[in-house]
Each structure stands twice: as structure tokens, then as C-alpha cells.
Design a binder for this molecule. Structure first.
Ligand code: ADP
Ligand code: MG
Length: 230
């Protein structure tokens, strides 16, 4: 049976669509077969060309049922479902069929308030800091907000996905021929967190993340030989 990861939450703009493609891309970089499922009626489907995962249009509910059934019937696949936001009923449906539920939120009190409601509604879900500031001052303030407002959910907080303008490239209809190495690293870091939560054996020494703080506070990771050569 495939693993189904749903990225949901009742707030728009938190990064659900971006993160669903980032995760699918990251899983693809680790050689996993992945479908990125679109359910957001406000978004247009993306082209498969050049992607290492399969974008699937499930804006029609029949298609969602069909893709979930197909995923349930195959081994070793991953389905990443983009919830779309502002649809509590849809979120409940998606959370019910997911092996892992991710709730992205930004560094804002409003996002955190909505997140807390969603964390209460979905006790199995994890909170994923999204569009996180990498500037040292802003990062400190963001961490304070998290500590003050989300302290009691500490065990359900994942490592942040930082602000990175290149994430937009993944949402282009047609993917550019080459993606920046830093974007690939962000995608891999996210995929590794997800694999760990799903208790999937982590890839061996093909790529070893070496998180370390850079001058601006952002995480940096070791590049593959291929990327270093590029
Ligand atoms: N890590 C990131 N770094 C920079 N911009 C981001 C990041 N994640 C999302 N964004 C931007 O934030 C906006 C909202 O993201 P989106 O994925 O569409 O959110 P949602 O699907 O939850 O509404 C988009 O303009 C997107 O490009
Ligand atoms: Mg969206």
C-alpha cells in the first residue's frame, strides 16, 4: 500500500501547494515514485514534463477517490495531497485517509491561532513551519512566537522550511531544465523528515544532510558530488 501524506489546514497562503510539490520533488530525488495530487479548485494542473514525480489533477472528487484507490493498491508509491485550504470538511476527509498529516503555518499570530485549532482537530497531525525567516533577527522572533504559543505542541513541531524564492519554480506549469542545488536540498530535507515520520528506512550514504547554521541563520546542507560539480 502506498503512503499518503496530506498537507492541509484551514488557512490560505501557508504554503500547502508549494510544500506538496517540494515534498514530491524531494521524494523523487530519493528515487521514490510519487504522485502530487491537486485538490484545490482555484489552481491549474501542472505539466509532468521534466518532473521526477507525477502531478495528478483531482479537483473533481471522483478523481480523488480514483487516485486514492489506485495508491492503496500499489506498493512503494507515495501520494502527496495538497488540501487547498478553507475547506474544513475536505480537510477532515483527507486527514481520515492519510498516513501522515502536515499542517503548514507561517510566522504570524493568525497562522498560529488557526494552527492550534487544526492541531486540536487532528491529533495525529504535525505542524510544519513554512516560509520561515532565515534572517537572524526575524528567526529569533519567530522562535519566540513558537515557544510562547506552541510550547505544549513541541513534540509535533517539525523542522522549518525556510523562505526560498526558488520554490516558485516548482509551481511553474513547465519545470525549468535545471533547478538550483539549494532548492533540491530543501526538498530532500523535507522528504527525509517525512520518511522518518513514516518509519521508512532512510536512504543510505547517497546524500547525508549536514545541517549547520550559516551566517544568516539558514540551514545549509551538504551537496551531492554532481551538484557540487554543477
Ligand atoms: N518556502 C517558501 N519561500 C518563499 N515563498 C514561498 C514559500 N512557500 C510558499 N511561498 C509563497 O507563498 C505563497 C503561498 O504559497 P502556496 O503554496 O500557494 O500556499 P497555499 O497553497 O497554502 O495557499 C505563494 O506565493 C508561494 O510562492
Ligand atoms: Mg494552495
Amino acid at each position: 500500500m502506498a503512503q499518503i501524506i496530506c498537507i492541509i489546514g484551514n488557512k490560505g497562503g501557508t504554503g500547502k501547494t508549494t510544500l506538496s510539490h517540494l515534498l514530491a520533488h524531494g521524494l523523487g530525488l530519493f528515487g521514490k515514485y510519487t504522485v502530487a495530487v491537486l485538490t484545490d479548485i482555484e489552481r491549474q494542473p501542472l505539466s509532468k514534463a521534466g518532473r521526477n514525480y507525477l502531478p495528478f489533477d483531482a479537483r473533481q472528487s471522483d478523481n480523488l477517490e480514483r487516485v486514492v484507490q489506485k495508491l492503496r493498491a500499489v506498493e512503494q508509491w507515495y501520494g502527496v495531497i495538497d488540501g487547498g485550504g478553507n475547506r474544513p470538511q475536505m480537510d477532515t476527509t483527507l486527514a481520515g485517509l492519510a498516513d501522515l498529516v502536515l499542517l503548514p503555518f507561517r510566522d504570524s499570530h493568525e497562522d498560529v491561532r488557526t494552527l492550534i485549532q487544526d492541531l486540536e482537530r487532528f491529533p495525529q497531525a504535525y505542524a510544519l513551519p513554512s516560509q520561515w525567516p532565515s534572517n537572524a533577527w526575524q528567526l529569533q522572533a519567530a522562535m519566540r512566537t513558537v515557544e510562547n504559543m506552541l510550547g505544549r505542541y513541541r513534540d509535533r513541531l517539525l523542522e522549518p522550511v525556510y523562505v526560498q524564492s526558488a520554490t516558485k519554480l516548482l509551481l511553474q506549469h513547465q519545470l525549468p531544465a535545471q533547478l538550483p542545488a539549494a532548492l533540491n536540498n530543501t526538498a530532500r530535507m523535507l522528504a527525509l523528515q517525512v520518511m522518518e515520520l513514516l518509519a521508512i528506512p532512510l536512504p543510505e550514504d547517497r546524500w547525508i544532510p549536514v545541517p549547520k547554521q550559516s551566517a544568516d541563520g539558514a540551514q545549509r546542507c551538504k551537496l551531492t558530488d554532481q551538484e557540487q560539480a554543477a
